[in-house]
Design a protein around this ligand. Sequence first.
Ligand SMILES: [Zn+2]
Length: 396
Amino acid sequence: MSIDTPGITPHGGVLVDRVMRGTVRDAVRERAAHMPRVVLGPMAVSDLELLAVGAFSPLTGFMTRADYERVVREMRLSNGLPWTVPVTLPISREVAETVHEGQEVALVEGDRVLAIMQVTEVYPYDKQLEAREVYRTTEEAHPGVARLYRQGDLLLGGEVWLVDWPAKQEFPEFRHTPAQTRRMFARRGWRRIVGFQTRNPIHRAHEYIQKTALEIVDGLFLHPLVGETKADDIPADVRMASYQELLRDYYPADRVILGVFPAAMRYAGPREAVFHALCRKNYGCTHFIVGRDHAGVGKYYGTYDAHTIFENFKPEELGITPLFFDHTFYCRKCGGIVSSKTCPHDPSDHVVLSGTQVRQMLERGEPLPPEFTRPEVSRVLIEGLQAKRANQDEEE
Ligand SMILES: [Zn+2]
């Protein structure tokens, strides 16, 4: 099933819709109660939701072997369409004994049935190869690789139908589906929309990048990722509060839409940059901002790898225009936010803080320099992190 939708053509041609509704849904849900059950982990739960709403169009389910293997080796689906990260359903050998190909299974979160899956294939896969190709490292210190090594040894491939939404539907007022964002963009008369992915607070350098992009398009779709991230990333609810504060005071309300992207972080760096762009194309964006070290972690990826990876694809194959940005920062001599492309001055004139420094200052309750972060954002981040800490202390 697919949705007729305004705006840019979805990846693969049609916006996938795997959400069951009405009496059909009720009947399937009843039937699902008697099917073998496969328990989903947090990442599979978020992947399932994104599959169902069409954010992963043209995928209609968890990858079968032909798609998986070509994605790992060549960054393409079996039909040749660009796709850079595996979307798989790992299961243990014990669970694999309870399911067989051709059968319908219920995909469950805890004891709730979320979806049914038509099992096309149960297949083994090479974790080392996936680590090396997708994450560019086999080191377990990499959070994406660690998750890969922990997960089940077999993959379950096949189409899915959603019968119930995952339990955790955070930020419901911002949880727009691709069909919804496309209608929102069309209603505003936007034809050129730039998507911005983030899992971090928005500091002035990001604001500069977004506004620079906004100069050449009609609207900005601020689309922070709110699925599973590393424990030391700033929690999503604190970030969301800071985004709203920033938008209220510093952005024209009729040029920005805030939505949440309920995906888990894979930390696959360059490959995830392309994946993030393709997902935003499905949400209706025509342009996508790719910063330095997009979706990177540690020192696993080169500074510009997330830019150069796009050269593997023809522009028309991707169908969304990446906008590449360099490292940006405040320069005291220039008196504004600049980048290494635009500022001739010495690094000692630049206000640059590492992610760790930012985190430490916020945890100590110190506002970040106003050249680095808007004071309103500093305040929300400090208050948010202190409230989290107070809660944790109470629980201990
Ligand atoms: Zn300068």
